[in-house]
Design a protein around this ligand. Structure first.
Ligand SMILES: Cc1cc2nc3c(=O)[nH]c(=O)nc-3n(C[C@H](O)[C@H](O)[C@H](O)COP(=O)(O)O)c2cc1C
Length: 324
């Protein structure tokens, strides 16, 4: 009898497939369908502080009006924020009443105090865990300090003081000292690292000469980045690792666990291949385990981590033989 259960970030999951934060985790009906489709847990669509500010600008007409009438701006902001946050907390409560799989909330904030404020509200609403959606683009050439590392460290330190539910940091991969930074972050009280956050990408419509949203979904080939870094980090980081970006099928789940992941998140594949891909992936995982004589995930987790496979460090396409 094969056991797919796993404890990750302090949460007990019936299988390692977590549905990543996306439009499908934005309503109770859809979350219920994801549970029926076999998901081990869901990460809710993020609550974005930036979205609240955008809604304030929409209500006030434009940015200049907000600055011209700061008191009115504060007033509108208070009610917009309350409305959006209340809806989010209701989603958590309703989801918790409806499904039995863990419900993980997700937030992205622009100001430091909101990370703590939203997290505490989310904990009170009954979420099983929290994903901190952090992304950093090192686009400012004048920056000299480790802004990203400091932000991650401070959030982790502060949240530990204020909430009891497990929280994971979903991080991007831009950093000049990535391995060292992730080791440092893993030594804080964080329950897991979710690697790596996929950024929104802008594109350009050349006919209309306007900036538009780029293609939102990942390709299966994008798994290489998380695979490489999960394999490298799983040997030494001091927290659980959850893989995201490019996990589309059961074989990808197998690969990430072989590299050292405790669980994976799937998002784009649900849009491209429908919810049934979850069960198909779990069946694929099970039959692969049967074929290889593994009874539980820990039997093969990390078997192909970097420890004995320095190839993960290679970045050049070295010539291996004649004609290659
Ligand atoms: C339509 C869509 C909406 C998303 N919304 C969020 C979000 O609100 N918060 C977040 O952290 N990630 C969001 N993501 C990113 C996914 O959670 C995930 O990290 C990314 O798609 C890479 O994983 P994948 O290859 O399995 O798709 C979204 C992705 C898609 C496709």
């Amino acid at each position: 009898m094969i056991d797919l259960s796993v404890e990750v970030a302090g949460l007990k999951l019936k299988n390692p497939v977590i549905v990543g934060s996306c439009g499908f985790t934005d309503s109770v009906e859809s979350i219920k369908k994801l549970e029926e489709a076999g998901a081990g847990a869901v990460v809710l669509k993020s609550l974005f502080e930036e979205q609240i500010m955008n809604d304030v600008y929409d209500t006030m007409g434009d940015v200049n009006n907000v600055y011209a009438h700061p008191e009115l701006g504060d007033y509108v902001r208070y009610f917009e924020e309350k409305d959006i946050v209340d809806k989010y907390l209701k989603l958590i409560k309703d989801a918790k009443k409806t499904v039995s799989i863990p419900v993980i909330a997700s937030i992205n904030c622009a100001s430091f105090n909101k990370w703590v404020e939203f997290s505490s509200e989310i904990e009170k609403a009954g979420a099983d865990g929290l994903e901190i959606n952090l992304y950093y683009l090192p686009s400012d050439p004048t920056v000299t300090e480790h802004t990203y590392l400091n932000t991650a460290m401070n959030i982790s330190k502060e949240l530990k003081k204020h909430i009891k539910i497990p929280f994971a940091l979903k991080l991007g991969y831009y950093s000049d000292t990535l391995a060292k930074d992730l080791l440092t972050i893993s030594r804080t009280d964080v329950s897991a690292l979710v690697l790596f956050n996929k950024p929104f990408n802008p594109d350009i419509d050349i006919d209309k000469e306007t900036i538009i949203s780029g293609y939102p979904y990942s390709a299966p080939s994008e798994i290489s980045t998380s695979l490489r870094w999960i394999a490298i980090l799983s040997d030494f980081v001091e927290t659980d690792l959850i893989a995201t970006t490019g996990v589309h099928h059961g074989k990808d789940v197998v690969k990430e666990i072989l590299a050292g992941a405790k669980a994976v998140q799937m998002t784009s594949t649900l849009y491209l291949n429908s919810f049934s891909v979850i069960q198909r992936s779990l069946d694929e995982l099970k039959s692969w385990m049967e074929k290889h004589n593994y009874k539980k995930l820990s039997d093969f987790r990390g078997k192909l981590s970097r420890k004995d496979h320095v190839i993960y460090d290679r970045v050049q396409f070295l010539k291996r033989g004649k004609g290659e």
